[in-house]
Design a protein. Structure first.
Length: 91
């Protein structure tokens, strides 16, 4: 294996992307949640969390995941941390 091959980003095949989309549609269907309702949930989650934290609303991701036992609502919410609140490195 060449060194540059180790760092090359591997792209997903169209088959992998289609399978991922199908899993997402099936999960939403099993949870009985429409894509429109998911957007409403996302907007409401953003509104509530924004009252308490400075978040990056452009990069919030809300989705359903499913394993053998249960369906979960997963939210990935980037929090903006002001520089003044970061701990200083000790000298």
């Amino acid at each position: 294996m060449r060194l540059r091959d180790m760092f090359r980003r591997k792209s997903k095949s169209s088959q992998d992307i289609a399978a991922q989309r199908l899993r997402l549609v099936l999960t939403h269907d099993r949870a009985n949640i429409s894509p429109g309702m998911l957007e409403v949930l996302k907007d409401e989650i953003i509104a509530v969390i924004s009252k308490h934290l400075d978040i990056d609303t452009d990069h919030v991701v809300v989705n359903f995941t499913e394993d053998a036992r249960e369906t979960r609502l997963m939210a990935d919410i980037p929090v903006n941390t002001p520089r003044t609140h970061r701990r200083k490195a000790s000298s």
